[in-house]
Design a protein around this ligand. Structure first.
Ligand SMILES: Cc1cc2nc3c(=O)[nH]c(=O)nc-3n(C[C@H](O)[C@H](O)[C@H](O)COP(=O)(O)OP(=O)(O)OC[C@H]3O[C@@H](n4cnc5c(N)ncnc54)[C@H](O)[C@@H]3O)c2cc1C
Length: 380
């Protein structure tokens, strides 16, 4: 990324250069990696004074530059930052209203409120509209009751849940008392702030069951977990109510007329996650290319008799492997930089044309970059 964000990236690199004990060793056990990743993130926020949340809103390019630099230190750190700031923080800021910003912004930004983004369920991943977790409004106590109705509805793969998260933005079907035969009306998927663990003791709160998703193929510095809710009561105010609200007497209001329109608006606000994935996958490709090309330059083998051996980068077979990857990485860099640029414009102008462009380009680029990324890593 560098360019106009060079200064903040240098600050991050300098902080980690000065703290060798925070660098991730080549071999590390899962639990140690998770703790190290937490200490890396804590140091970045509390000691180096990096405050990412306002950039999520005001200058996404700068936020992605922070994630890129952190990801170069350890990709688990980049992802853990993404969970805290883009997913948990982003859902509160983008789907909530002023009362949520006033209450949670500082705690999220300072890392006093580590949190999760709990959308995916065991039986519903891509199909978010089909998820089964319910949030039923109780007009007597002015609360929502969050329930996991079946094993398939357990929230799964939730980053920050297994060890560090104190809160989660939980996506659930909003149910209101109604006069029909079923006794409730389904208002569609909404997001709710649900406290998971006690802020002081870190104990799981009543009705919250947390399991560890365990070891993964990669990113083991991130503690993914599973969440089950049993009659968890939260105040009505914890509904992230930007696109739909419930009044004290249980009446639903929204500026958007249908469940489908509300769903599209809700997911539309989360498009930053896709932009971030395209951008951070490109960052990893840059690191991989730099390592492979530098090595090929320094590694010497064969050559004319009685002459210094030749750098393997001078061999055509090596160039045929590396140069197309380098060229693709440059192309991805410019394409994702453009995406980040129009995404930043979209966040400030909300122009309809840009919303469509960002949606299409981010969906395509995320799929394309991550597909080629896995192909390239197979070759390297
Ligand atoms: C490491 C990791 C971390 C994660 N962290 C979080 C988190 O913090 N919070 C969270 O909420 N979720 C998280 N997730 C979940 C992630 O968002 C889901 O894995 C993702 O949405 C896909 O859902 P799924 O795994 O159920 O795949 P599925 O929905 O089962 O899809 C599997 C594959 O089936 C195919 N497919 C499915 N539907 C269609 C269709 N309609 N058309 C064509 N093909 C289709 C596609 O090839 C797709 O890739 C995480 C996942 C992983 C692996």
């Amino acid at each position: 990324m560098r360019g106009k964000y060079r200064e903040i990236q240098e600050k991050i690199y300098e902080y980690f250069h000065a703290r060798p004990e925070l660098q991730t060793p080549l071999e590390i056990l899962k639990d140690e990696h998770r703790e190290l990743c937490w200490r890396q993130m804590y140091g970045l926020i509390k000691e180096a004074g990096i405050r990412p949340l306002k950039y999520v809103v005001e200058d996404p390019g700068k936020y992605f530059a922070i994630v890129e630099a952190a990801g170069a230190v350890d990709i688990s750190l980049g992802i853990k930052l993404g969970v805290q700031y883009s997913l948990w923080g982003g859902s509160v800021i983008n789907l909530g209203t002023k009362k949520h910003k006033d209450k949670y912004f500082e705690g999220i930004d300072s890392l006093d409120y580590p949190g999760c983004f709990a959308m995916t369920e065991l039986h519903h991943g891509s199909n978010v509209q089909g998820l089964q977790t319910v949030a039923t409004f109780d007009p007597i106590t002015d609360e929502f009751i969050i329930n996991t109705p079946s094993d398939g509805a357990i929230k799964w793969w939730i980053g920050n849940a297994a060890v560090h998260g104190k809160f989660a933005s939980v996506f659930a079907k909003l149910m209101l008392p109604a006069q029909d035969a079923k006794g409730v009306s389904d208002m569609g998927v909404h997001a709710f702030i649900v406290p998971l663990r006690d802020l002081k003791t870190h104990q799981e709160l009543p009705g919250i069951e947390i399991h560890d998703c365990g070891h993964k193929v990669g990113l083991n510095g991130v503690d993914n977990g599973a969440l089950r809710f049993t009659s968890v009561r939260i105040p009505r105010d914890n509904l992230l109510n930007r696109f739909g609200d419930v009044s004290r007497d249980g009446k639903y209001t929204s500026s958007l007329p249908t469940i489908n329109k509300r769903f599209a608006a809700t997911l539309g606000e989360l498009v930053g996650g896709r932009v971030s994935l395209a951008s951070s996958s490109t960052s990893i490709l840059k690191v991989a290319n730099a390592i492979a090309i530098r090595y090929s330059l320094l590694r010497q083998q064969f050559g004319p008799p009685n002459q210094p051996e030749v750098s393997i980068l001078d061999y055509q077979s090596q160039q045929h492997k590396l140069m197309p990857m380098l060229a693709s990485t440059y192309a991805f860099h410019f394409a994702t930089s453009y995406l980040v640029e129009i995404y930043s414009q979209m966040k400030t102008t909300h122009a309809e044309q840009l919303v469509g462009d960002v949606h299409g380009l981010s969906a395509g680029l995320k799929a394309y970059v991550t597909f080629l990324y896995s192909e390239i890593f197979e070759c390297l």
